[in-house]
Design a protein around this ligand. Sequence first.
Ligand SMILES: Nc1nc2c(c(=O)[nH]1)N[C@H]1C(S)=C(S)[C@@H](COP(=O)(O)OP(=O)(O)OC[C@H]3O[C@@H](n4cnc5c(N)ncnc54)[C@H](O)[C@@H]3O)O[C@H]1N2
Ligand code: MOO
Length: 401
Amino acid sequence: MKQPFQYSDPDAAIAALAERLSVVGETEPVNEPVGRIIAEPIVADRDSPAADVSAMDGYAVRMSDVQSDSVVPVSGISQAGAAPPAMEDGHVVRIFTGAIIPDGCQAVVKREDTEELEASIRFLPAAIESTVPGSHIRRRGENAPVGSNVLDVGTEVTPAVVAALANFGCTTPLCYRRVKVAVLTTGDEVVDPATPALEPWQLRNSNRSAVQAMLCQYPSAILEIVEHVKDDRDSLQQSLDAAIAACDVVVLTGGVSMGDYDYVPDTIEHLGAEIVFHGLPIRPGKPILGAATKDGKLVLGLPGNPVSATINCHRFLMPLLRRIAGKPSWADKPSMVTLAETPQKAIPLHTMLLVRMTDIGAAELVAAKGSGDLVALGRSDGYVAVPPMTTTTGPWPMFRW
Ligand SMILES: Nc1nc2c(c(=O)[nH]1)N[C@H]1C(S)=C(S)[C@@H](COP(=O)(O)OP(=O)(O)OC[C@H]3O[C@@H](n4cnc5c(N)ncnc54)[C@H](O)[C@@H]3O)O[C@H]1N2
Ligand code: MOO
């Protein structure tokens, strides 16, 4: 670990790493695109709406007929799913929401603004006062004319985007392929989480579970390799070489610090990757390592302590994955929250404190015994980032799991 630190804050370190990473270029049509990134502009295949339509249930009228004392006969019905009838002079047409505006109609009057008589209507004062040409008419193409751009390349597909895509007949949008990720955990003391009886010197592989779970929440990434590697230089080198050949991103946990078995930094260097930072002024996570290969692949060495690995996977890996996946606005946009109590110690590091949200929207600190405290981790909703030498309640950025 180099001292002083190469970057004074996590965002600067993330940005420096991001600059060196390649963005996925290959594309594929995707059936279930939520969480994927669109790789082609989506163009309107028809006007939206496709014709002038009514925004209300009511009557299609000519302005000259909207008089306070006249009784106007109803000459037909325009309903959704059918062509409109002709509109006779001196008549109104009954119309429903979404139905096409008949030729000659200048406005729609809401049903509740009329008195409905047998086969005719009378306009109530509300209709007389508020009806102007175009009232309650949605004009053809007012949302988007045919051929216009509806969604840009780089849009992340949400349920709202899916609705817009469906409207333009796009059910399998062309998206960037998923980012291939390898997760390599290290540590000879670490065993599979399903192991029932452990020796006192063993512990369960919670880091693998945490990283896997975070990746599962992100549809633009796919886990290609998940492996636990023995604490020896050759095994680690072999696994790292294979992982970097097959994937865009390799995440390692453990072995990045100063211990005799901490081979991660050396093996990454041996790979020919540029170590952009090794050590940052953050707690937890001071020994974190970020590297980029010559062809722009990410190698992230997360510290082994479970709270550190989980927080820093969220803080560093997830935004960088969004960037590699092709999302232009990839940086985190944390909401600001006020802490329910002051942080106890002012330290010269960016501190990420586990918090739980109260019902009134304050962030309560979760008592934690350090970066191995998985109980505190499990009780948290996320973490709050407090700048160096600060003991005030904020508001500070809150990152939710
Ligand atoms: N002399 C120094 N020692 C340490 C420093 C330092 O700056 N100088 N930094 C400390 C900090 S901070 C951290 S965090 C750890 C990180 O070290 P490593 O990344 O080398 O992690 P390990 O030593 O391999 O493991 C630390 C701890 O975490 C447990 N662990 C590891 N992997 C897993 C896993 N997959 N699931 C659950 N738990 C895991 C491991 O058993 C250790 O208890 O270094 C400090 N030391
Ligand atoms: O990263 Mo370490 O987690 O500060 O213990």
